[in-house]
Write a protein that binds this ligand. Structure first.
Ligand code: SF4
Length: 255
């Protein structure tokens, strides 16, 4: 899929964020305005942003998301066609041979723990939810291997229920944008959620993750080639020279 180039026509300029009269921190309304503007600009930069895991059912997405811990979506997508062909229902996972599952998912890393989660997931779904993936956060987080991040991925992408997915990219960008100063993913989810209408939560998550993967990297973000540089209070955290920064932009594919 073609990724729109985030490289601006003009060299990026340092931003001048709105501030409160009291000091350098943006006032709450200014923070909300700027946050929503960043979201709109990311939407224009990445109109195709979406969940990069391949899946056809809520169960497949749940399993793929468990496999994606400490692993790239691209690697997970290489493994899941074999896994999903062999195990098609919660009962299939519940009765799975452990060694066979381990062998299929080995390349995703932490495969023993992930196998335990997946087989336990199948058993829990059969025992408590009639073999179906529940569509409520409070039920999803009771399943083996499922925390709030995984639950929100499933809610937002398989059930159309708005959810914020705080992975490593989302947390890093939210802090760089000044939306939060916290590291705890649950608190980041809460603080960022308060800045946006619920209807934006799922797509906001995709956009931040896409921008984090392509431009705003953990080390050496490509500030000089960033389409939202003028809105970002962390402009300058990476190279600001457009030519130098352009070399840091990754174009994927990530899935
Ligand atoms: S830190 Fe740099 S690359 Fe990241 S959003 Fe801000 S300006 Fe863009």
């Amino acid at each position: 899929m073609a990724i729109p180039s985030p490289v601006p026509q003009e060299p990026a300029a340092p931003p001048a964020p709105e501030t409160s009269a009291a000091g350098g921190k943006p006032s709450a309304p200014a923070l909300v305005r700027r946050a929503r503007k960043i979201n709109r600009e990311l939407a224009a930069l990445y109109p195709d942003a979406h969940c990069e895991l391949d899946f056809a059912t809520p169960l497949e997405l749940l399993v793929a998301t468990i496999l994606s811990a400490q692993c790239t979506d691209k690697r997970v997508n290489m493994v899941t066609p074999i896994l999903f062909a062999k195990y098609q229902s919660a009962a299939d996972y519940a009765a799975a041979d452990r060694a066979e599952v381990e062998q299929i998912i080995q390349s995703t890393g932490f495969f023993r723990a992930k196998t335990t989660s997946i087989i336990g997931l199948g058993q829990a779904l059969c025992e408590r939810f009639g073999g179906e993936v529940p569509s409520r956060l409070k039920d999803l987080v009771t399943l083996p291997g499922v925390g709030r991040k995984t639950a929100n991925v499933v809610l937002g992408n398989a059930f159309g229920v708005p959810g914020i997915t705080v992975d490593t990219h989302f947390g890093r960008l939210a802090r760089r944008f000044g939306w939060t100063t916290l590291d705890d993913p649950d608190k980041v989810e809460q603080e960022v959620g308060s800045l946006f209408p619920k209807s934006e939560w799922t797509m906001l998550s995709h956009r931040l993750i896409w921008h984090g993967r392509r431009v705003c990297h953990s080390r050496r973000p490509a500030c000089g080639a960033c389409g939202i540089a003028r809105l970002c209070p962390s402009f300058g955290e990476g190279p600001t020279d457009p030519a130098q920064a352009a070399k840091l932009v990754k174009t994927g594919p990530f899935s």
